[in-house]
Design a protein around this ligand. Sequence first.
Ligand SMILES: Nc1ncnc2c1ncn2[C@@H]1O[C@H](COP(=O)(O)OP(=O)(O)O)[C@@H](O)[C@H]1O
Ligand SMILES: [Mg+2]
Length: 326
Amino acid sequence: MSAALLEVRDLRVELKRGKQQLTALDGISFAIAPGEVLGVVGESGAGKSLTGAAIIDLLVPPLKRTGGEIVLSGRHLDALSREDMRKVRGRRIGFIAQDPMTSLNPVLTIGQQLVDTIVTHLPVSKEEARQRAVRWIARVGLSDPARRLDQYPHQLSGGMRQRVVIALALCAEPELVIADEPTTALDVSVQAHVLQVLRDLHEETGVAVMLITHDLGVIAKMADRVAVLYAGRVAEIGPTSEVLRTPRHPYTSGLMRATVAPGLDRKALDPIPGSMPNLSSIPPGCAFNPRCARATAECRSQRPPLVDYRDGAGKHACFHPLEDGR
Ligand SMILES: Nc1ncnc2c1ncn2[C@@H]1O[C@H](COP(=O)(O)OP(=O)(O)O)[C@@H](O)[C@H]1O
Ligand SMILES: [Mg+2]
């Protein structure tokens, strides 16, 4: 895995609540290859957003990274100072949040924000940055790009704002962009267009993408590989086509049966019984065991390790994996 762009090993995030020390991320490991789209999926509360935030050092107290390694192109991000991490963020890793207004400054024009980001991170003149800003606005599909430069975020629709955020995330030419539910806050009618912009720019620039979503339909359309998270752990990870065709972890299979989406070949909803546990009540053994029809005494007492299948192309953390996706 030395060719990985990003390697996350045994990532732990904890928080203190009163006297309790709670574990939000419990040993998350995965890698992203250069130019790859890794989908990260799981129900609400699975730990998707915290995984993204931990990688770019945006965890807010009381949340704290208490263990693990984060390596970008061979360089340990987990050992960097706040200041050095700030430079990595933006320059080498772009970030797209769910709500575009968290990334946009309401009192600066679109052009000022793009130009600032470009001159902060790249060795170009202000004039060159301005030209690049116009090109980025055009690339994300906004009409009349030169005029857009002088507009403020509030003058744009939600979908257009998120396009601008995509331009901001990519304009410093990062190797990786982390997109946390980039279309969830948008009108359904514009979600597919905004995802397509991200996909097109991924193909044009070769930027790797960590795409966080609760939506397996989005994963099916966008991701080369997918990591399925449950209760702050990786349940399964592997090539998207394989994982969706023959899920090994009962949680993955349950998520698929609970999803109706084009490309997933599902006609009826069959929700997983129960719900994601709170951090204060994660069951011993496999965290999914109370919701799992295959659980045995072993699953209730021992935590299944993440093991390889098919020569390491995929991994699952299950004592009783499904054989044929069922
Ligand atoms: N600031 C916080 N304080 C306490 N618990 C938090 C905080 N942020 C997230 N959590 C908890 O951590 C777990 C993972 O959250 P998150 O990563 O946001 O899930 P996801 O993005 O998959 O929906 C959840 O149980 C959530 O309640
Ligand atoms: Mg989230």
